[in-house]
Design a protein around this ligand. Structure first.
Ligand SMILES: [Zn+2]
Length: 492
């Protein structure tokens, strides 16, 4: 064991002992309520309440990893200001690198605990991970299906220093850290104002401590590096907080609806119709103008469909022994819906028909996703070289569109669809193969058709002459009303 591990274990043991002492009487009183302990908050019975220390979390996630190597990957993506590890739990069925059909697994990104004293937000991140682990082990069809097709990347506690000191901000208390704060004493930095998206551009309406610059803090820096290097393909990002009971989609910066409003409104309507009455609004209107948040960064820079999940109006429930599963059951249902349906949270273009006629390419596109895309093209490519490209077209969410573009005169390539996953400018570009060959009217087949037409047309006068000759020699052979030769009509 290295020194860090020893120190870590000492901290864990000390923490647990102190908590056991502190709540011993309370445990005696409420012990009967702790019967369903396994499902509950880690570290039970001592930590079987809304509050979870970083040390208890450290024990817990290492246990998950030890017990479930088939689905749990645990790593640290960096350290907090005071040197605590930032644990990343990644869940998937690791026996398969891809989905069964060979395509890449969907990517979900979740973080909790930006604000150290918002325990129910951290709890929902923890509970989400735990639900899929338990589900996998109890053969839940839903959990198995998700883990076979999805990677869940879950950062449960981004601000362990603030968590353990029961503060909103991190513990960067150096006097130079926050030149913006009006308080005479350093307050630490509000990590959810420290992101590189219109950083510090909402003050004074948003007077939180944003730090000396974007990503000045080790916690947000680590989170942004992870977003940009590991989960850049994510089609869902949920960042978990506490304060009011609401889900917030972008923007915090502007009151206007985001470009992907259809996607967010569709999710809102489905959640409200069948799962939960939780209000779902854009952050600026639903809460207040805020800048430099992870939500706006996740959407405006990374292009993820992003929600801030505000789990409840309780900031801190010290010493309570409420069952987190019961407390956050409805919120967990919403998370399961968002994760289960991740395939729909982007544009999904499929070529329905494709034909070429005299250099004109006509095609119909079916967008099976719930997000629109506005800069799509159909391409004909040879390796990296684009031989031909259609005009830009828009494919609205859950709709079909027909497009025609001319100038096609190529061979030896393959068809690809090139488009952005969502309407927002920052959203990721994809280039996907088209598993359909065009119905082609080539120059050759057109020539054959023309030749046949000429032959037929040429035959008509010969036939007419022959018929007239024969007619002149005979009595009327049949009643003309019965049958008029088609060819004779054509001559007119
Ligand atoms: Zn918060």
């Amino acid at each position: 064991m290295d020194k860090t591990t020893v120190r870590l274990m000492e901290e864990v043991v000390l923490e647990v002992l102190m908590r056991r002492m502190a709540v011993f009487l309370a445990v005696l009183i409420v012990a009967p309520a702790l019967a369903s302990a396994e499902q509950n908050w880690p570290g039970e019975p001592v930590d079987n309440h809304i509050y979870m220390s970083w040390a208890a979390l450290t024990q817990e996630v290492n246990q998950w990893s030890d017990d479930n190597p088939d689905i749990v990957q645990l790593s640290s993506i960096g350290q907090s200001f005071l040197g605590r590890e930032l644990w990343m739990v990644v869940l998937s069925d690791w026996s398969m690198e891809t989905k069964a059909n060979g395509s890449a697994k969907e990517i979900v990104y979740i973080d909790g605990g930006h604000h150290g004293n918002e325990y129910l937000g951290t709890a929902l991140a923890w509970l989400t991970a735990k639900w899929y682990i338990n589900g996998w082990n109890s053969q839940s069809e839903e959990a198995i299906n998700v883990l076979q097709n999805t990677e869940l990347h879950i950062m449960i506690m981004l601000n362990p220093d603030g968590n353990d000191f029961d503060t909103r901000h991190n513990q960067n208390l150096t006097t130079t850290a926050n030149p913006f704060a009006s308080e005479p004493v350093p307050t630490g930095i509000d990590l959810n104002r420290n992101y590189d998206h219109y950083w510090d551009d909402c003050s004074p309406s948003d007077p939180f401590a944003p730090g000396t610059g974007p990503f000045s803090e080790p916690e947000t820096k680590a989170n942004s590096v992870y977003m940009n290097t590991v989960v850049q393909d994510a089609d869902l990002y949920v960042t978990m907080h506490t304060g009011v009971w609401i889900m917030l989609y972008p923007w915090g910066k502007w009151p206007e609806q985001p470009p992907d409003w259809e996607l967010f409104h569709g999710i809102r309507d489905e959640v409200n119709a069948g799962i939960s009455d939780i209000p779902i609004q854009n952050a600026n209107q639903g809460l207040y103008p805020n800048c430099g948040t992870s939500r706006d960064y996740g959407y405006g820079v990374m292009g993820f469909p992003t929600f801030t999940f505000e789990t409840d109006d309780d900031q801190f429930l010290p010493g309570t022994f409420e069952d987190v599963n019961e407390r956050l059951g409805e919120e967990l249902d919403v998370m399961r819906y968002l994760i289960d349906n991740i395939w729909y949270w982007r544009a999904r273009l499929v070529v329905d028909s494709l034909s070429i006629n005299d250099g004109e390419v006509s095609f119909t596109i079916d967008n099976q996703g719930r997000a629109s895309t506005q800069n799509a093209t159909l391409q004909y490519v040879d390796g990296d070289k684009v031989l031909w490209e259609s005009d830009n077209f828009i494919a609205n969410a859950s709709s079909s569109v027909s497009v025609s573009s001319g100038g096609f005169d190529e061979a030896g390539g393959e068809w690809r669809l090139h488009y952005q996953k969502r309407a927002v400018n920052s959203s990721q570009w994809v280039n996907e193969s088209v598993d359909r060959s065009p119905d082609v009217s080539t120059l050759f087949s057109e020539s054959v058709e023309t030749l046949l037409w000429i032959l037929q047309a040429g035959a008509i006068p010969i036939f007419v002459v022959a018929f007239a000759f024969w007619w002149s020699r005979e009595e009327k052979p049949f009643d003309l009303d019965d049958e008029v030769p088609l060819e004779a009509e054509l001559v007119e």
